[in-house]
Design a protein around this ligand. Structure first.
Ligand SMILES: Cc1cc2nc3c(=O)[nH]c(=O)nc-3n(C[C@H](O)[C@H](O)[C@H](O)COP(=O)(O)O)c2cc1C
Length: 185
């Protein structure tokens, strides 16, 4: 069965990211075509990148890197749930991405972002990063507005159409995650 990780890209105390990721996970788990798992960066305790060798060498010296690598390696695709910080993704998510290389290769990815402009600028940055990691990022994306999909800019209450947007994005991530399987062997 195809396995997709829903990665919580914010580690901030009081973050909205966890509620967003849980909402995506609730929608995803109604599907029969893949398994979906929440992956919370907070649980990995990654420091700022502290490996001597570049990730592409695959020589991980720290237990925290190996634990993160084992988790990411076990999935066929990813949904990155990202806030927008200063027109980009969070430093925590970029740092976690930078720790690994081969584990990301030939996988699929979709995005759920949130911010005053739907977090779309964070996703545009992430799409550049995905290219370098040989991740196939799908077109459909979910952009939650702090003005219309949250109450008081902090309590998630997504507009009805956003569930359809999640479904469209997951359709593409599952399809591409499966299609790339031969390249991962
Ligand atoms: C450091 C920082 C920078 C931010 N910059 C932006 C921004 O450039 N654009 C935007 O729409 N929202 C910005 N925001 C607002 C966040 O999108 C909003 O607070 C969101 O809830 C943060 O996600 P989190 O609660 O999961 O950490 C910023 C928030 C923080 C903490």
């Amino acid at each position: 069965m195809t396995k997709i990780a829903i990665i919580i890209g914010s580690t901030r105390p009081g973050r909205s990211g966890e509620a967003v990721a849980r909402w995506v996970h609730d929608i995803a788990t109604k599907r029969q075509d893949a398994e979906f798992e929440l992956v919370d960066l907070k649980n990995f305790g990654l420091p700022h990148l502290d490996e001597v060798m570049p990730a592409a060498m695959g020589q991980y010296s720290h237990p925290h890197t190996r634990a993160w690598a084992e988790t990411i390696d076990s999935f066929d695709g990813y949904v990155f749930v990202t806030p927008e910080y200063n027109h980009s993704t969070s430093g925590a998510l970029k740092n976690a991405i930078d720790f690994l290389y081969a584990e990301w290769n030939n996988k699929a990815a979709g995005f759920v972002s949130y911010g005053s402009a739907g977090g779309t600028r964070a996703v545009e940055h992430l799409r550049l990063v995905m290219g370098e990691l040989q991740v196939a990022d799908v077109r459909a994306q979910v952009a939650l507005s702090l003005f219309t999909d949250f109450e008081h800019f902090s309590v998630l209450n997504p507009a009805a159409h956003q569930e359809d947007a999640v479904t469209a994005m997951l359709d593409q991530v599952v399809a591409w995650g499966e299609a790339l399987q031969p390249l991962r062997q």
